[in-house]
Design a protein around this ligand. Structure first.
Ligand SMILES: Cc1cc2nc3c(=O)[nH]c(=O)nc-3n(C[C@H](O)[C@H](O)[C@H](O)COP(=O)(O)OP(=O)(O)OC[C@H]3O[C@@H](n4cnc5c(N)ncnc54)[C@H](O)[C@@H]3O)c2cc1C
Length: 554
């Protein structure tokens, strides 16, 4: 049970609404720079768009076409920062672009793009691009559709395999630096006094209790609620008139869906970045956790933000286009292991094609709307979250009319930051390999970084926790307990979808593992039988509403 009274009776310098990657990045930077910070998230951390991305830490090669050079440079710089400060969570990723004379951007254009991309990342540690002539390309990728192929290109970007944990580690770091971080806390009202927001009213989603977070006369409120930005603005009602703060729409979200499939005949060893045969849209085929993550689509979206699902047409489009490029794949609906879909919180640019809407982020100061201490984030990619945090905290200090201490997040590792050569990995293998299999120990270090030792420590007192959750997965029961005791997980979805990858990895959307998960939670975390039954029911509903394709439900 959370002690809301202590949390309520404090004055905060900074109130952050939304605990996706951007809110988490702001909270970490703010706490590290000495601001008394509270972050409020209505669901779980990273339960919004941040858990539905392609998981690439990339400069955005495609944005070069739209002359978004500053954005590409910013993202490429951030890619380097993350490779350095979160080496356990962000790793180099080799991408391959097949080039077709008739149906893709021409060879010269891709080559020019590659050169520019290398120029904008002149200070990188990753290798430079290479162009592959047709014969060489065909030799390397025998399963690729050869018709009209004129060659290819290869270059490096980054991959955040566990993007949800990247967000969580920022939350944990913020907490360690003194911030209060609350998931399952929905902001329901922004209270205004004159031209300032004076407090925010919240609902504890777990207990239905209402409480208020107050500010002082310099407090700043940050709205990092992603695609919900406009909705959060509308919670702010002027004193005497019922006029909402956000008069103009700021977000023009587009929906993007992914499918996950098992390895298939002709599956590439590197990530493929291809242009769809039917409409020329670029999409990725990404090796991910011994499976393939394929996506994405890009469709204007104005529906329910809490229930977003890949629809049948999107799934068929991604299957068909993968089969077009790799004819031996022969993928069909039966091959789908998981699907997911999210909404990009893009700036509202009416009349533009979704793909051409700018991916730049904007710090929107609501001073223009008569509120002097509210800033909303419009846009903001997974890749650039740290820089957004830095800019936002600088802006907060300016609003408070105080000098900002230097930002350190570009050099300070995230809490689990560890290199593969670290001696702690070998020490853990020596200590635990009689109880936990080597594959699982390595898996823990790849997910939790140095914090894997905390997960492993649990098996000292509770040996049963060394057991695997399923024979086909490297995950062990200790992870379930660790998620609840140390990582603020409250639901089965938190555990299976965002603290671990069980839901996506296990098959059947993780549903078959509910008994073993609830048994562990009942025995080690004090979850009653009733709570377990309710949690299973909620898990099923969540999967039906967000991940299980419609054609499987009818
Ligand atoms: C299909 C797709 C693919 C993508 N691929 C990539 C990629 O490969 N690389 C990349 O860099 N970027 C990618 N992106 C973009 C990136 O994922 C998002 O821009 C980023 O995750 C946005 O994070 P955020 O924190 O701003 O928003 P969110 O993650 O949506 O977080 C906002 C949070 O605010 C909370 N909230 C809302 N209302 C309230 C309230 N009233 N009270 C409290 N909390 C509230 C929500 O619950 C949510 O958790 C992709 C996006 C999509 C959709």
């Amino acid at each position: 049970m959370r002690d809301l009274t202590t949390i309520e009776n404090q004055d905060y310098d900074l109130i952050i609404i939304g605990g996706g990657i951007n809110g988490a990045g702001v909270a970490r930077d703010a706490a590290l720079r000495g601001l008394k910070t509270i972050l409020l998230e209505k669901g779980d951390f990273a339960s919004g768009t941040s858990s539905w991305s392609s998981r690439l830490i990339h400069g955005g090669l495609r944005y070069l076409e739209y002359f978004e050079f500053p954005l590409v440079r910013e993202a490429l710089k951030e890619r380097e920062v993350l490779l350095r400060t979160a080496p356990h969570l962000v790793s180099p990723l080799l991408l391959t672009i097949p080039i077709y004379g008739d149906r893709s951007r021409p060879y010269w254009k891709i080559w020019a793009g590659m050169i520019l991309y290398d120029i904008f990342s002149f200070d990188k540690t990753l290798p430079l691009h290479r162009m592959l002539p047709k014969a060489k390309f065909k030799q390397l990728f025998r399963s690729i559709d050869p018709e009209g192929l004129s060659g290819g290109a290869q270059y490096y970007d980054g991959q955040a395999t566990y993007a949800e944990r990247l967000c969580l580690e920022n939350i944990i770091s913020a907490k360690e630096a003194g911030a209060v971080v609350l998931n399952y806390t929905e902001v329901t009202r922004l209270q205004r006094q004159g031209d300032r927001l004076s407090s925010v009213v919240c609902r504890d989603v777990l207990t239905e209790k209402e409480f208020t977070i107050r500010g002082h006369n310099k407090t700043v409120v940050i709205n990092t609620s992603g695609p919900w930005v406009d909705r959060v603005c509308k919670l702010g009602v002027a004193n005497n008139h019922d006029a909402p703060i956000g008069k103009t729409r700021k977000i023009g979200g587009t929906k993007g869906s992914h499918i996950i499939v098992a390895p298939f005949p002709g599956a590439p060893e590197t990530t493929f970045y291809v242009e769809a045969k039917s409409d020329g849209r670029p999409f990725f085929i990404i090796p991910w956790l011994d499976m393939y993550l394929i996506g994405t689509t890009d469709i204007r979206y104005q529906g329910d933000l809490d229930r977003i699902k890949a629809d049948n047409e999107e799934i068929d489009y991604l299957l068909k286009e993968t089969n077009n490029i790799i004819p031996t794949a022969n993928l069909s609906r039966q091959d789908i292991k998981f699907t997911y879909s999210g909404v990009r919180p893009l700036p509202n640019e009416e009349g533009k094609k979704p793909g051409s809407v700018t991916r730049k982020h904007i710090l929107y100061d609501h001073r223009k709307e008569g509120v002097t201490n509210l800033i909303s984030l419009i846009g903001g990619k997974l890749t650039t979250y740290r820089h957004v945090g830095e800019e936002m905290v600088d802006a907060v200090y300016r609003k408070m009319k105080k000098t900002a201490p230097p930002c350190t997040t570009d050099s300070q590792p995230l809490p689990g930051g560890i290199l593969p050569s670290d001696r702690r990995i070998q020490e853990a293998i020596d200590k635990y390999s009689d109880r936990v299999c080597l594959k699982s120990i390595n898996h823990l270090f790849s997910m939790y970084g140095s914090r894997a030792t905390e997960v492993l420590t649990l098996v000292n007192n509770e040996p049963e926790l060394a057991e695997k959750i399923s024979p086909s997965l490297p995950d062990i029961k200790a992870q379930i307990v660790y998620a609840v005791r140390s990582e603020m997980a409250h639901t089965l979805v938190d555990i299976a979808r965002r603290r671990t990858t069980i839901a996506m990895h296990a098959g059947n959307y993780g549903l078959d593992l509910l008994p073993v998960m609830t048994e562990t939670l009942n025995k080690y975390c004090g979850w009653s039988q009733e709570k377990c039954a309710r949690a299973c029911q909620e898990y099923r509903i969540y999967m039906e509403e967000n991940c299980l394709p419609d054609y499987q439900l009818t």
